[in-house]
Unconditional design. Structure first.
Ligand code: GLC
Length: 426
Protein backbone atom coordinates (compact mmCIF):
# COMPACT_ATOMS: atom_id res chain seq x y z
CA UNK A 1 0.00 0.00 0.00
CA UNK A 2 2.74 2.49 1.00
CA UNK A 3 4.70 1.53 -2.11
CA UNK A 4 1.68 2.33 -4.29
CA UNK A 5 1.31 5.66 -2.49
CA UNK A 6 4.95 6.48 -3.09
CA UNK A 7 4.69 5.57 -6.76
CA UNK A 8 1.76 7.96 -7.07
CA UNK A 9 3.47 10.68 -5.03
CA UNK A 10 6.73 10.91 -6.95
CA UNK A 11 5.32 12.27 -10.25
CA UNK A 12 3.25 14.77 -8.26
CA UNK A 13 6.27 15.89 -6.26
CA UNK A 14 8.37 16.20 -9.41
CA UNK A 15 5.58 18.14 -11.13
CA UNK A 16 5.19 20.53 -8.18
CA UNK A 17 8.95 21.02 -7.91
CA UNK A 18 9.17 21.89 -11.60
CA UNK A 19 6.28 24.39 -11.29
CA UNK A 20 7.85 25.97 -8.21
CA UNK A 21 11.17 26.27 -10.01
CA UNK A 22 9.47 27.94 -12.98
CA UNK A 23 7.72 30.40 -10.69
CA UNK A 24 10.97 31.26 -8.95
CA UNK A 25 12.79 31.77 -12.25
CA UNK A 26 10.06 34.10 -13.50
CA UNK A 27 10.21 36.35 -10.38
CA UNK A 28 12.47 39.31 -11.02
CA UNK A 29 15.70 39.10 -9.00
CA UNK A 30 14.81 42.33 -7.19
CA UNK A 31 11.99 40.48 -5.40
CA UNK A 32 14.03 37.48 -4.36
CA UNK A 33 17.33 39.20 -3.52
CA UNK A 34 18.06 41.47 -0.65
CA UNK A 35 18.50 45.05 -1.91
CA UNK A 36 22.06 46.31 -2.19
CA UNK A 37 22.74 48.76 0.64
CA UNK A 38 25.08 51.68 0.02
CA UNK A 39 26.47 53.34 3.14
CA UNK A 40 27.32 57.02 3.19
CA UNK A 41 28.40 59.30 6.06
CA UNK A 42 27.62 63.03 6.13
CA UNK A 43 27.16 65.97 8.50
CA UNK A 44 23.95 65.55 10.48
CA UNK A 45 22.12 68.77 9.50
CA UNK A 46 22.46 67.89 5.82
CA UNK A 47 21.58 64.23 6.31
CA UNK A 48 17.96 65.00 7.13
CA UNK A 49 17.30 66.69 3.80
CA UNK A 50 19.07 63.92 1.91
CA UNK A 51 17.03 61.21 3.61
CA UNK A 52 13.68 62.92 3.24
CA UNK A 53 14.19 64.05 -0.32
CA UNK A 54 16.99 62.85 -2.60
CA UNK A 55 17.44 59.38 -1.12
CA UNK A 56 13.68 58.74 -1.16
CA UNK A 57 13.46 59.76 -4.83
CA UNK A 58 16.45 57.63 -5.78
CA UNK A 59 15.18 54.55 -3.95
CA UNK A 60 11.74 54.88 -5.57
CA UNK A 61 13.42 54.81 -8.99
CA UNK A 62 15.86 52.02 -8.01
CA UNK A 63 14.03 49.44 -5.90
CA UNK A 64 17.08 47.15 -5.75
CA UNK A 65 19.25 49.77 -4.03
CA UNK A 66 18.95 51.23 -0.54
CA UNK A 67 21.03 54.14 0.75
CA UNK A 68 21.94 54.15 4.40
CA UNK A 69 22.78 57.72 5.39
CA UNK A 70 24.87 57.77 8.56
CA UNK A 71 24.72 61.07 10.45
CA UNK A 72 28.12 62.44 11.46
CA UNK A 73 29.34 65.52 13.35
CA UNK A 74 28.74 68.98 11.92
CA UNK A 75 32.36 69.82 11.07
CA UNK A 76 34.39 68.79 8.07
CA UNK A 77 37.52 67.97 10.15
CA UNK A 78 35.64 65.56 12.42
CA UNK A 79 33.90 63.90 9.50
CA UNK A 80 37.18 63.46 7.68
CA UNK A 81 38.66 61.82 10.79
CA UNK A 82 35.83 59.29 10.80
CA UNK A 83 36.25 58.42 7.11
CA UNK A 84 40.03 58.28 7.54
CA UNK A 85 39.96 55.92 10.51
CA UNK A 86 37.48 53.68 8.70
CA UNK A 87 39.83 53.48 5.70
CA UNK A 88 42.92 52.95 7.82
CA UNK A 89 41.31 50.16 9.83
CA UNK A 90 40.55 48.47 6.50
CA UNK A 91 37.23 47.23 5.15
CA UNK A 92 35.61 50.67 5.31
CA UNK A 93 31.85 50.31 5.74
CA UNK A 94 31.25 53.25 3.41
CA UNK A 95 30.52 52.84 -0.29
CA UNK A 96 29.71 56.42 -1.26
CA UNK A 97 32.12 59.03 0.06
CA UNK A 98 30.51 62.43 0.50
CA UNK A 99 33.67 64.51 0.29
CA UNK A 100 34.66 68.07 1.09
CA UNK A 101 36.66 69.51 -1.82
CA UNK A 102 39.83 69.56 0.32
CA UNK A 103 39.87 65.81 0.92
CA UNK A 104 40.33 64.66 -2.69
CA UNK A 105 44.15 64.75 -2.96
CA UNK A 106 44.66 62.94 0.35
CA UNK A 107 42.03 60.26 -0.23
CA UNK A 108 43.12 59.72 -3.85
CA UNK A 109 46.85 59.59 -2.99
CA UNK A 110 46.14 57.05 -0.23
CA UNK A 111 44.39 54.82 -2.79
CA UNK A 112 41.05 54.86 -0.97
CA UNK A 113 38.98 56.01 -3.94
CA UNK A 114 38.02 54.54 -7.30
CA UNK A 115 39.17 56.35 -10.39
CA UNK A 116 36.05 57.78 -12.06
CA UNK A 117 37.85 59.29 -15.07
CA UNK A 118 36.27 56.92 -17.60
CA UNK A 119 32.76 57.23 -16.23
CA UNK A 120 31.92 60.55 -17.88
CA UNK A 121 32.63 62.02 -21.29
CA UNK A 122 34.27 65.41 -21.70
CA UNK A 123 30.88 66.90 -22.63
CA UNK A 124 29.21 65.42 -19.56
CA UNK A 125 31.89 66.93 -17.34
CA UNK A 126 31.72 70.25 -19.18
CA UNK A 127 28.39 71.13 -17.54
CA UNK A 128 29.99 71.46 -14.10
CA UNK A 129 31.90 74.50 -12.86
CA UNK A 130 35.53 73.85 -13.90
CA UNK A 131 36.85 74.70 -10.42
CA UNK A 132 34.65 72.02 -8.90
CA UNK A 133 35.99 69.46 -11.36
CA UNK A 134 39.56 70.57 -10.58
CA UNK A 135 38.75 70.14 -6.90
CA UNK A 136 37.70 66.53 -7.56
CA UNK A 137 40.81 65.65 -9.56
CA UNK A 138 44.24 64.49 -8.48
CA UNK A 139 47.25 63.93 -10.73
CA UNK A 140 45.11 64.08 -13.87
CA UNK A 141 42.46 61.61 -12.69
CA UNK A 142 38.93 62.27 -11.52
CA UNK A 143 37.82 60.88 -8.13
CA UNK A 144 34.88 63.00 -7.07
CA UNK A 145 31.81 64.31 -8.91
CA UNK A 146 30.70 67.68 -7.48
CA UNK A 147 27.27 67.66 -5.90
CA UNK A 148 27.31 71.21 -4.57
CA UNK A 149 29.76 74.05 -4.77
CA UNK A 150 30.56 76.69 -2.17
CA UNK A 151 32.41 80.01 -2.03
CA UNK A 152 33.05 82.35 0.90
CA UNK A 153 31.14 85.64 0.60
CA UNK A 154 30.60 88.92 2.42
CA UNK A 155 27.11 89.58 3.77
CA UNK A 156 26.08 93.08 4.72
CA UNK A 157 23.07 94.96 6.04
CA UNK A 158 21.91 96.82 2.97
CA UNK A 159 19.30 98.79 4.95
CA UNK A 160 21.80 100.13 7.50
CA UNK A 161 24.43 101.03 4.91
CA UNK A 162 21.89 102.85 2.72
CA UNK A 163 20.39 104.70 5.68
CA UNK A 164 23.85 105.93 6.75
CA UNK A 165 24.77 106.88 3.16
CA UNK A 166 27.44 104.23 2.62
CA UNK A 167 28.05 102.26 -0.57
CA UNK A 168 29.08 98.62 -0.04
CA UNK A 169 32.78 98.28 0.95
CA UNK A 170 35.41 97.39 -1.62
CA UNK A 171 38.43 97.16 0.66
CA UNK A 172 39.28 95.94 4.17
CA UNK A 173 39.72 99.60 5.13
CA UNK A 174 36.15 100.41 3.94
CA UNK A 175 34.84 97.46 5.92
CA UNK A 176 36.48 98.71 9.12
CA UNK A 177 35.41 102.33 8.52
CA UNK A 178 31.73 101.49 7.92
CA UNK A 179 31.71 99.01 10.81
CA UNK A 180 33.03 101.62 13.22
CA UNK A 181 30.56 104.25 12.02
CA UNK A 182 27.52 101.98 12.35
CA UNK A 183 28.66 100.81 15.76
CA UNK A 184 29.22 104.37 16.97
CA UNK A 185 25.76 105.37 15.77
CA UNK A 186 24.42 102.52 17.88
CA UNK A 187 22.90 100.76 14.85
CA UNK A 188 24.62 97.47 15.64
CA UNK A 189 26.56 95.90 18.49
CA UNK A 190 29.22 94.60 16.14
CA UNK A 191 30.66 95.60 12.80
CA UNK A 192 32.11 92.42 11.36
CA UNK A 193 31.86 88.74 12.38
CA UNK A 194 33.91 85.88 10.98
CA UNK A 195 35.11 82.36 11.88
CA UNK A 196 38.10 82.38 14.23
CA UNK A 197 38.01 79.02 16.01
CA UNK A 198 40.87 76.57 15.51
CA UNK A 199 39.23 74.34 12.86
CA UNK A 200 39.04 74.01 9.08
CA UNK A 201 36.76 77.03 8.71
CA UNK A 202 39.58 79.21 10.06
CA UNK A 203 41.84 78.12 7.20
CA UNK A 204 39.07 78.78 4.64
CA UNK A 205 38.43 82.28 6.03
CA UNK A 206 42.16 83.07 6.17
CA UNK A 207 42.71 82.07 2.53
CA UNK A 208 40.33 84.87 1.55
CA UNK A 209 41.99 87.58 3.62
CA UNK A 210 45.39 86.37 2.44
CA UNK A 211 44.27 86.59 -1.19
CA UNK A 212 42.93 90.10 -0.57
CA UNK A 213 46.36 91.19 0.67
CA UNK A 214 48.10 89.50 -2.27
CA UNK A 215 49.61 86.66 -0.25
CA UNK A 216 49.51 82.88 -0.57
CA UNK A 217 49.63 79.79 1.63
CA UNK A 218 51.24 77.04 -0.48
CA UNK A 219 51.89 77.34 -4.20
CA UNK A 220 50.82 73.91 -5.49
CA UNK A 221 53.12 74.12 -8.54
CA UNK A 222 56.42 74.48 -6.70
CA UNK A 223 55.31 73.85 -3.08
CA UNK A 224 56.66 77.23 -1.99
CA UNK A 225 55.21 78.36 1.35
CA UNK A 226 54.11 81.99 1.74
CA UNK A 227 52.91 82.06 5.35
CA UNK A 228 55.88 84.07 6.69
CA UNK A 229 55.73 86.70 3.93
CA UNK A 230 54.70 90.30 4.74
CA UNK A 231 51.29 89.85 3.05
CA UNK A 232 50.44 87.09 5.46
CA UNK A 233 51.36 89.26 8.45
CA UNK A 234 49.21 92.07 7.06
CA UNK A 235 46.28 89.66 6.80
CA UNK A 236 46.70 88.67 10.46
CA UNK A 237 47.11 92.31 11.50
CA UNK A 238 43.76 93.10 9.85
CA UNK A 239 41.99 90.26 11.66
CA UNK A 240 43.49 91.22 15.02
CA UNK A 241 42.62 94.86 14.45
CA UNK A 242 38.92 94.00 14.01
CA UNK A 243 38.91 92.61 17.55
CA UNK A 244 41.16 95.29 19.04
CA UNK A 245 39.06 98.12 17.64
CA UNK A 246 35.93 96.53 19.07
CA UNK A 247 34.09 95.97 15.76
CA UNK A 248 34.44 92.20 16.23
CA UNK A 249 33.61 90.41 19.49
CA UNK A 250 36.63 88.89 21.27
CA UNK A 251 34.72 85.60 21.30
CA UNK A 252 35.18 85.36 17.52
CA UNK A 253 38.21 83.14 18.16
CA UNK A 254 35.69 80.53 19.22
CA UNK A 255 33.19 80.94 16.37
CA UNK A 256 32.44 78.50 13.61
CA UNK A 257 30.01 79.28 10.77
CA UNK A 258 26.86 78.85 12.84
CA UNK A 259 27.89 81.05 15.80
CA UNK A 260 28.75 83.91 13.46
CA UNK A 261 25.57 83.43 11.43
CA UNK A 262 23.39 83.64 14.55
CA UNK A 263 24.89 86.99 15.58
CA UNK A 264 24.37 88.44 12.12
CA UNK A 265 20.90 86.95 11.74
CA UNK A 266 19.84 88.36 15.12
CA UNK A 267 20.55 91.79 13.70
CA UNK A 268 23.57 92.36 15.93
CA UNK A 269 26.24 92.80 13.22
CA UNK A 270 26.62 94.85 10.04
CA UNK A 271 28.90 92.41 8.15
CA UNK A 272 29.48 88.67 8.10
CA UNK A 273 31.91 86.37 6.29
CA UNK A 274 30.18 83.06 5.53
CA UNK A 275 29.11 80.57 2.84
CA UNK A 276 26.05 81.14 0.64
CA UNK A 277 23.79 78.85 2.73
CA UNK A 278 23.23 81.78 5.11
CA UNK A 279 21.15 83.66 2.54
CA UNK A 280 18.13 81.35 2.73
CA UNK A 281 18.20 81.21 6.55
CA UNK A 282 18.71 84.95 7.08
CA UNK A 283 15.83 85.64 4.69
CA UNK A 284 13.56 83.09 6.35
CA UNK A 285 10.17 84.18 7.71
CA UNK A 286 11.45 83.95 11.28
CA UNK A 287 14.54 86.07 10.61
CA UNK A 288 14.65 89.60 12.07
CA UNK A 289 16.79 90.72 9.12
CA UNK A 290 14.64 89.20 6.38
CA UNK A 291 14.91 91.33 3.20
CA UNK A 292 17.52 93.61 4.80
CA UNK A 293 20.72 91.89 3.69
CA UNK A 294 22.83 91.76 0.58
CA UNK A 295 25.80 89.65 -0.44
CA UNK A 296 28.96 90.49 -2.36
CA UNK A 297 32.39 89.04 -3.08
CA UNK A 298 34.91 89.41 -0.25
CA UNK A 299 36.71 92.76 -0.13
CA UNK A 300 40.43 93.20 -0.87
CA UNK A 301 43.00 95.97 -0.75
CA UNK A 302 43.03 98.97 -3.07
CA UNK A 303 43.84 97.63 -6.53
CA UNK A 304 43.58 93.99 -5.43
CA UNK A 305 40.18 92.35 -5.46
CA UNK A 306 39.31 90.00 -2.65
CA UNK A 307 39.20 86.25 -2.89
CA UNK A 308 36.51 83.70 -2.27
CA UNK A 309 37.64 80.38 -0.88
CA UNK A 310 36.31 77.47 -2.91
CA UNK A 311 34.41 75.02 -0.76
CA UNK A 312 31.92 72.38 -1.75
CA UNK A 313 31.02 68.75 -1.51
CA UNK A 314 30.97 65.88 -3.99
CA UNK A 315 30.69 62.12 -4.23
CA UNK A 316 33.32 59.48 -4.70
CA UNK A 317 33.27 55.67 -4.51
CA UNK A 318 35.37 53.79 -1.96
CA UNK A 319 37.92 51.41 -3.49
CA UNK A 320 36.73 48.81 -0.99
CA UNK A 321 33.06 49.09 -1.98
CA UNK A 322 31.57 45.84 -3.25
CA UNK A 323 28.89 47.76 -5.15
CA UNK A 324 30.63 50.24 -7.45
CA UNK A 325 27.99 50.00 -10.19
CA UNK A 326 25.13 50.77 -7.81
CA UNK A 327 27.21 53.53 -6.23
CA UNK A 328 27.80 55.05 -9.66
CA UNK A 329 24.04 54.96 -10.36
CA UNK A 330 23.48 56.88 -7.13
CA UNK A 331 26.16 59.45 -8.00
CA UNK A 332 24.59 59.98 -11.42
CA UNK A 333 21.26 60.68 -9.80
CA UNK A 334 22.47 62.86 -6.91
CA UNK A 335 24.56 65.06 -9.22
CA UNK A 336 21.85 65.24 -11.92
CA UNK A 337 20.23 68.54 -12.82
CA UNK A 338 16.83 67.57 -11.40
CA UNK A 339 18.23 66.35 -8.07
CA UNK A 340 20.48 69.37 -7.64
CA UNK A 341 17.68 71.80 -8.46
CA UNK A 342 15.46 70.21 -5.84
CA UNK A 343 18.23 70.14 -3.24
CA UNK A 344 19.32 73.75 -3.86
CA UNK A 345 15.74 75.03 -3.63
CA UNK A 346 15.31 73.17 -0.35
CA UNK A 347 18.60 74.15 1.27
CA UNK A 348 20.02 77.33 -0.28
CA UNK A 349 23.31 75.58 -1.08
CA UNK A 350 25.20 76.34 -4.28
CA UNK A 351 24.86 74.13 -7.37
CA UNK A 352 27.86 72.58 -9.11
CA UNK A 353 26.14 72.59 -12.53
CA UNK A 354 26.62 75.94 -14.21
CA UNK A 355 23.17 76.00 -15.87
CA UNK A 356 21.47 75.99 -12.46
CA UNK A 357 22.95 79.39 -11.50
CA UNK A 358 20.62 80.95 -14.09
CA UNK A 359 17.78 78.45 -13.77
CA UNK A 360 14.48 80.44 -13.59
CA UNK A 361 13.18 78.60 -10.52
CA UNK A 362 16.47 79.01 -8.66
CA UNK A 363 16.93 82.68 -9.63
CA UNK A 364 13.36 83.43 -8.53
CA UNK A 365 14.32 82.24 -5.05
CA UNK A 366 17.99 83.33 -4.99
CA UNK A 367 18.37 86.39 -7.26
CA UNK A 368 22.13 86.66 -6.63
CA UNK A 369 23.01 83.23 -8.09
CA UNK A 370 24.01 84.46 -11.59
CA UNK A 371 26.62 86.68 -9.86
CA UNK A 372 27.63 83.80 -7.62
CA UNK A 373 28.71 81.76 -10.64
CA UNK A 374 31.43 84.30 -11.39
CA UNK A 375 32.58 84.16 -7.79
CA UNK A 376 32.76 80.33 -7.86
CA UNK A 377 34.66 80.40 -11.15
CA UNK A 378 37.27 82.77 -9.69
CA UNK A 379 37.42 81.15 -6.28
CA UNK A 380 40.72 80.23 -4.64
CA UNK A 381 41.39 76.58 -3.87
CA UNK A 382 42.99 75.67 -0.59
CA UNK A 383 46.30 73.96 -1.51
CA UNK A 384 45.35 70.82 -3.50
CA UNK A 385 48.11 68.68 -2.02
CA UNK A 386 48.05 65.17 -0.58
CA UNK A 387 49.31 66.47 2.80
CA UNK A 388 46.51 69.05 3.02
CA UNK A 389 45.12 67.83 6.36
CA UNK A 390 48.48 68.24 8.09
CA UNK A 391 49.20 71.57 6.36
CA UNK A 392 45.83 72.89 7.46
CA UNK A 393 46.37 71.64 10.99
CA UNK A 394 49.69 73.54 11.18
CA UNK A 395 48.10 76.74 9.92
CA UNK A 396 45.12 76.40 12.25
CA UNK A 397 47.32 75.92 15.32
CA UNK A 398 49.68 78.82 14.71
CA UNK A 399 47.07 81.21 13.35
CA UNK A 400 44.91 80.53 16.37
CA UNK A 401 47.91 81.21 18.66
CA UNK A 402 48.46 84.55 16.92
CA UNK A 403 44.79 85.54 17.07
CA UNK A 404 44.48 84.68 20.74
CA UNK A 405 47.72 86.51 21.62
CA UNK A 406 49.58 83.37 22.69
CA UNK A 407 52.31 84.09 20.11
CA UNK A 408 53.25 87.15 18.13
CA UNK A 409 52.08 86.92 14.50
CA UNK A 410 55.72 86.99 13.31
CA UNK A 411 56.82 84.09 15.53
CA UNK A 412 53.65 82.13 14.82
CA UNK A 413 53.95 82.46 11.05
CA UNK A 414 57.68 81.72 11.03
CA UNK A 415 56.99 78.52 12.92
CA UNK A 416 53.98 77.66 10.72
CA UNK A 417 56.00 78.23 7.54
CA UNK A 418 58.97 76.19 8.82
CA UNK A 419 56.74 73.27 9.84
CA UNK A 420 54.89 73.37 6.53
CA UNK A 421 58.15 73.38 4.58
CA UNK A 422 59.34 70.36 6.57
CA UNK A 423 56.06 68.59 5.89
CA UNK A 424 56.22 69.22 2.17
CA UNK A 425 59.83 67.98 1.96
CA UNK A 426 58.88 64.58 3.38
C1 GLC B 1 31.92 74.43 4.08
C2 GLC B 1 32.68 74.25 2.78
C3 GLC B 1 33.85 73.34 2.98
C4 GLC B 1 34.73 73.85 4.10
C5 GLC B 1 33.91 74.00 5.39
C6 GLC B 1 34.75 74.65 6.48
O1 GLC B 1 31.27 73.25 4.39
O2 GLC B 1 31.85 73.77 1.75
O3 GLC B 1 34.60 73.23 1.79
O4 GLC B 1 35.85 73.04 4.30
O5 GLC B 1 32.77 74.80 5.16
O6 GLC B 1 34.07 74.77 7.66
Amino acid sequence: MSKIKQKLKSPIVIFLTVILGMILISIPPALTQQPVVLNMLMIAPEARTWKESLVKDFEAKNPGIRINVVEGPNATDLLEDLYTSAFILGDSPYDLINMDVIWTPKFAAAGWLRDLSDRMTKDELGVFSPKDIDGGSYEGKLYRIPMRSDAGMLYYRQDLLAEAGFTPPETFADLVKISKALKEKGKVNWGYVWQGRQYEGLAAMFVEVLEGFGGYWVNPDNLEVGLDKPESLKAIAFLKETVKSGITPAGVTNYQEEESRRIFQNGEAAFLRNWPYVWALANGDDSPIKGKLAIKPMVGTAGKSGGACLGGWGLGIAKSSKHPEEAWKAIQYFTSEAAQRKFILQTGFVPSRESLFTDPQIVAKYPHYPQLLQVVNQAVLRPPIAQYTQASDILQRYLSSALTNRMTPEKAMQAAAAETRRLLRT
